[in-house]
Every structure is written in structure tokens, then in C-alpha cells.
Design a protein around this ligand. Structure first.
Ligand SMILES: [Fe+2]
Ligand SMILES: [Fe+2]
Length: 285
């Protein structure tokens, strides 16, 4: 199984020299967003999220040696703009999309440090083209392709992972958004279960707990956003996250996107098996 980082907040310099790239520019571009391509041992390709902007998505996907139509299915983790940027391209390519039923309903907001709110949901342009998407939705676990399944809605077990920084429209006013629509992916690898997360709003420990409970399998690796950069990611939350990941016997981690420098540094001190999956990077498991 191979995992390619199409978009992350940071860029590396690697690209696959065995693949033909026609672009004169060979630079991966980074932005605040996430997109990970999974290639199973059977050759099926599932894309988790599509970054924040279409230009970046197209450039990086091509540099990795893939066309949109090479992807078998797109899974959208949740309705935040930094995961939806290349979705229109994938819809235009006729690639099926899977998400939670509430993913594209209602407007989403985040609280800024000065007390104001900023909208973070899908653009009106994207909502218009969704009508022609081959979209399937479910709040329960679904096998997308052999060896790749969705988590379904994620139960909140660990109170320290509760978030109150996001809002949504409700009854004419903004109410706290607990992001119940965010789902993760479970990928079967030769070394065990790999969990892929989008932003990680439900909490990475909640996501690991649910995966272990639902599959009855040990979790080999967790990769993606753990959402600890913009939240009140105090040291206490980071320490509790590390402690619980260790207690749940997670062997390997790849903190990306919204994990942030402080948490990444602390995690690297604690986990020997830690990967920095910058834009353009690839790992084989
Ligand atoms: Fe995000
Ligand atoms: Fe998010």
C-alpha cells in the first residue's frame, strides 16, 4: 500500500523520477489544506480530501504522476474549505465522491483570535456543481474499495478533545459546531490498520479508540490532521494525546496539516516511529 501527500501545509522536494511529468515547473506547492492519495496493493486509488485550492491540487497531482481520472473514488472527511479545493476538478472528471450526509449542508464558521468569525465552509460555486457529482453519502461505516473503509460517525470518549472554536448556522444564529460529520478512513496494510484523518476535529484519540473498537484490530499507524495548531492546543492536551495514543498501542504516527509546530515537536520527542509527510512525499507500507 502506498500513501502520497498531494497537499499538506509544508512542502518537500521529492517527486517520483520514474513518472513522466510534462510540466516545466517541478515545484510542489503547499497551502493550508490536506489531500492524501491511497493506492492499495490491488491498485485501487482513493483520495482523502482535495486541499484548499484547485490550482495547487492540479499542479501537485500531476507532479505525482496522476490524472484526476486515475482516481477511483474521492472521500471527503468534512465540510471545511481547506479539504474541498480540488473537488470540482474531481467532479468534472466523473470520479465518484463519498461523504457524510451532512457534509455539504449549512454554513460553517471558525472563531478568530479577535473574537470575530470567519466562514470556512464550501464555496457557493462548489455547492452548485455538486448537483452533477456522483455523490454517495453515509453516516455509517462503508467499504469504499477492498481494504479501505470509512469510520462512520465518531463517538466522543475523551473529554479533553472537545472543541468549541467552530460554529454553524442553527435556528437563525450561530451555534457550536461539534463537527459530527467528520469521518476518518481505515486502510488495511501488511503491517496492520492505518487510520487517515482529515482535520481531526473529533479528536485523534477518539478516532483511534473507535477504529480499535469497530475493527477489533490493533492500530499500526495514524496519519493526517490532529487539529492541535489552532485550537487551544495547550501542553496538557498534547500530553494527554500522546499518553492515550501510547496506551492504545499506536506504533507509528504522521502528524500533518493542522497539527502545528509545538505538538509536532512534542510528538517527535515521544514517538520513535514518526513520519513528516510533506507535500510530494510518499511512503509504502
Ligand atoms: Fe483542515
Ligand atoms: Fe477542518
Amino acid at each position: 500500500m502506498k500513501l502520497y501527500t498531494v497537499i499538506d501545509n509544508h512542502s518537500g522536494t521529492s517527486f517520483d523520477s520514474t513518472k513522466e511529468v510534462k510540466r516545466t515547473s517541478r515545484h510542489f506547492i503547499s497551502e493550508h489544506g490536506l489531500s492524501i492519495l491511497i493506492e492499495t496493493d490491488a491498485g485501487k486509488r482513493v483520495l482523502l480530501d482535495t486541499g484548499a485550492s484547485d490550482m495547487v491540487f492540479r499542479q501537485n497531482l500531476e507532479l505525482l504522476g496522476f490524472r484526476p481520472e486515475d482516481i477511483d473514488l474521492v472521500f471527503i472527511s468534512h465540510n471545511h474549505y481547506d479539504h474541498l479545493g480540488g473537488l470540482e476538478t474531481m467532479i468534472d472528471a466523473g470520479v465518484p465522491i463519498h461523504a457524510h450526509p451532512n457534509t455539504f449542508s449549512g454554513r460553517k464558521y471558525t472563531l478568530l483570535p479577535d473574537g470575530t468569525t470567519s466562514e470556512v465552509s464550501a464555496s457557493n460555486e462548489l455547492l452548485k456543481v455538486l448537483a452533477k457529482a456522483k455523490l454517495t453519502v453515509s453516516s455509517s461505516p462503508v467499504e469504499l474499495v477492498p481494504g479501505v473503509r470509512t469510520s462512520g460517525e465518531i463517538a466522543r470518549i475523551f473529554p479533553f478533545e472537545n472543541e468549541t472554536r467552530f460554529y454553524k448556522e442553527g435556528s437563525g444564529q450561530l451555534v457550536v459546531d461539534h463537527m459530527t460529520e467528520e469521518q476518518s478512513l481505515y486502510v488495511t496494510s501488511k503491517k496492520g490498520l492505518v487510520i487517515l484523518t482529515g482535520c481531526g476535529h473529533p479528536g485523534v484519540c477518539n478516532m483511534v479508540h473507535q477504529a480499535k473498537k469497530a475493527t477489533g484490530k490493533p492500530v499500526y499507524m495514524v496519519m493526517g490532521g490532529f487539529h492541535m495548531s489552532a485550537t487551544p492546543a495547550n501542553n496538557e492536551r498534547i500530553l494527554k494525546t500522546m499518553e492515550n495514543l501510547r496506551n492504545m498501542n499506536v506504533e507509528r504516527i504522521a502528524p500533518m496539516h493542522c497539527v502545528g509546530f509545538t505538538a509536532t515537536k512534542m510528538l517527535s520527542d515521544r514517538f520513535v516511529n514518526m513520519d513528516l509527510m510533506w507535500t510530494g512525499s510518499k511512503i509504502e507500507i
